[in-house]
Design a protein around this ligand. Structure first.
Ligand SMILES: [Mn+2]
Length: 318
C-alpha cells in the first residue's frame, strides 16, 4: 500500500514511525481532547519521536477565539502508517472508525466503560483514571518523564484551560487534588493572569450565543436508552445560564427528525448548579429521583453541578 503524501507534515519522510495523538468525541473535539492531543504530541517530540496531533472532528465552543489565536499545529486525518495514542476517549467502536485497534499504542482517558478492555490489551500504557480532566494525566506524564521544564507555554495554557473546563472550575464530582496540583503548576508556567477563568467561560458563552445552532450541533451526543432509540443530549457550561435559557432557541435546534427525544444539561458555573430541560418529562423525573432536584416549569434544577456522564447510568437503566 502506498502512503498518500501529506504536505502539511514536516516529517513525512519518516512516515513509518510517526505516532499521532488523536482526540475525537462522537462528532466534536472539546478543549480537553484538543489540549491533550497537542501537548502529548509535544511530549513525544521532546522524547525525539516523530509525532503530531490529529483532531478528527470539528472543534466545539470550548475552544475559544483566544485559544485558536495560539495557532498551534494539528492535522485532521491520520495516515495509514501511523501508530496512535488516543486521548480523552476510549470507546473501541468509535476508535475503529479511524484507526485499526492493533495500532493503538497508548490510551489516556477519564471516561469509564472500557478500562478492562484497554488494560488487558495495553497494560500500563492504558491510563484510564477517575480524574477531572484527561489533561491532568498528560501533565503528570510530562512530570513523570522528566519534561516538566520542557513544556511550551502554549501547551501549558491549553492544559490549564482544559482542566478548568472539564472540571467546570472544580465544581464537578470527579475533580480533585491531582487536578488542582496540575492546574497550579500549569498556571505558573503559562503565566495566566488573574481573572483568566472568568474571562475564559465568558468567551465560551459568547461564542455559543453568536451561533447557537452550530455550537449545539457540534456538541450534542446521541445516545440510545431503553425507551428511546436516539436521544440528542446536549450539555453546556454557562457563566450565566438564565440569560442563555431565556434567549437561545435550543429546544427547536435539538428537536430534529432523526431523534426521538432531546435533553439539555445546562451547567451554571457562577451559581454552581445544574438546570436540565427535556421534551420528555420521564427523563426529568428519573433524574430528579437520582439527583434529588426539583422540577418546575419543565425544568429540573439540581443545587450542584452534575455532568452528562454522571447521568448516563441512570438513564440507561430504563
Ligand atoms: Mn475530558
Amino acid at each position: 500500500m502506498t502512503e498518500p503524501s501529506n504536505p502539511d507534515s514536516p516529517m513525512s519522510r519518516n512516515h513509518n514511525r510517526r505516532t499521532v495523538a488523536v482526540a475525537c468525541w462522537w462528532g466534536f473535539v472539546d478543549i480537553d481532547g484538543f489540549a491533550c492531543a497537542i501537548a502529548y504530541a509535544e511530549l513525544l517530540r521532546l522524547e525525539w519521536n516523530d509525532a503530531s496531533a490529529v483532531l478528527t472532528d470539528p472543534l466545539n465552543a470550548s475552544i475559544t477565539p483566544e485559544i485558536l489565536a495560539l495557532d498551534v499545529e494539528f492535522s485532521i486525518i491520520p495516515r495509514p502508517s501511523d501508530s496512535y495514542v488516543i486521548v480523552d476517549m476510549s470507546d473501541p467502536e468509535k476508535i475503529r472508525e479511524f484507526a485499526p485497534l492493533d495500532k493503538i499504542s497508548e490510551v489516556f482517558d477519564h471516561h469509564f466503560g472500557f478500562e478492562e478492555y484497554w488494560n488487558s490489551r495495553l497494560g500500563e500504557r492504558a491510563r484510564i483514571e477517575p480524574i477531572g480532566a484527561a489533561a491532568t494525566l498528560i501533565w503528570e506524564a510530562f512530570r513523570i518523564r522528566g519534561f516538566a521544564k520542557g513544556i511550551s507555554r502554549e501547551s501549558a495554557i491549553l492544559l490549564a484551560h482544559a482542566i478548568v473546563s472539564n472540571t467546570v472550575n472544580f465544581l464537578v464530582g470527579l475533580s480533585g487534588d491531582r487536578d488542582r496540583a496540575a492546574l497550579a503548576e500549569l498556571v505558573n508556567i503559562a503565566g495566566l493572569k488573574e481573572n483568566w477563568i472568568a474571562r475564559y467561560f465568558h468567551s465560551v458563552q459568547k461564542r455559543i450565543e453568536q451561533n447557537p445552532e452550530e455550537a449545539i450541533r457540534n456538541d450534542t451526543k446521541i445516545f440510545s436508552f431503553p425507551v428511546y432509540w436516539r436521544v440528542a443530549f446536549w450539555q453546556s457550561e454557562m457563566w450565566d445560564s438564565a440569560g442563555f435559557l431565556r434567549t437561545v432557541p435550543f429546544d427547536s435546534i435539538l428537536d430534529t427528525e432523526d431523534t426521538d427525544a432531546w435533553i439539555f444539561n445546562c451547567v451554571d458555573i457562577q451559581e454552581g448548579e445544574t438546570r436540565i430541560r427535556s421534551n420528555d418529562p420521564r427523563m426529568l423525573e428519573r433524574l430528579k429521583r437520582a439527583f434529588d432536584g426539583a422540577i418546575r416549569w419543565n425544568e429540573l434544577r439540581i443545587g450542584r453541578v452534575v455532568l452528562r456522564k454522571e447521568m448516563l447510568p441512570d438513564l440507561k437503566t430504563g
